[in-house]
Design a protein around this ligand. Sequence first.
Ligand code: BDR
Ligand code: CA
Length: 311
Amino acid sequence: RIPLVIDTDPGIDDALAILLALASPEVDLQLVTAVHGNVGLAQTTENALRVLHLAGRSDVPVAAGAAGPLVHPIPERAGHVHGAAGLGGVELPASPAPLDPRPAVVALAELLLAHDPGTVTVAPIGPLTNIALLLHVFPEAAARIGRVVWMGGSATRGGNVTAAAEFNAWADPEAAAAVLGSGLPVTMVGLDVTLPTVLTETGIARFREGGGHVGATAAGVLRQYVDAARDRYGIDGVVVHDALALTEAIVPGTLTTVRRDVVVGTTLGAARGQTLVDRRSVAEHGVEVAEAVDSAAAVEFLVSRLETYGA
Ligand code: BDR
Ligand code: CA
């Protein structure tokens, strides 16, 4: 089983991603680190604890990380998408488990030093602030990461928060630049593959009906998100970005990736947070950019794993 850390800002799709990992025997979720992002850090931390508790897995430690980006404060969070408290207006029961007292970077470094180099997968599904801090504060530990599977960025689809930028890149471009340029083995799971991967109402109904209490609750967390997508874009279903990144972390090779040189826009202005992917050629170093996905298979994977909560 692949030792796994999820670095997250729950977040509706973050919650789905955590539930997917916990339902997947290929990975062993050993630590969750919380980061600012969709909502503030206190709320993302609390939500992470509650999602683990929902799944009956409050044994997985949760450590709190960065409360804001490395350099420039972000103008606005994503409460309008995820609900003011981050989970689509659903209030999950509080967890009996205490927060891990260690700062996220310390918890991450200790975990990495306790495993063989190259064995641990880290899946950041929010802004990359915690991972950038780990690189700066504990470089020897960071160098032991086997794989970083990041949900963020966009090669061909423009942005979702500005014309140029995807939310996780935009929320801390300096951190994204540090991580993507670090030489670590990073896979970028961006809007190119997440946007075409739509979880439909039919799929949601399957785990609402068949996924026991956890599945029904997950469907409830998605409710507002589904309604907003229907009202705003006229689509049946939602894009659960972070769950697709987790699918790649759980089953490496799910996505078709190509090694590319990627530069992150860090200047203030229209291109801030853009992930500029050089698609003219295959890079020698660079980042594994996810460029193609079998969306139907990915959605089926998510739905069938969430259904196992009812077994
Ligand atoms: C990303 O932004 C957040 O709102 C989601 O949780 C996801 O990580 C998609 O752009
Ligand atoms: Ca997220």
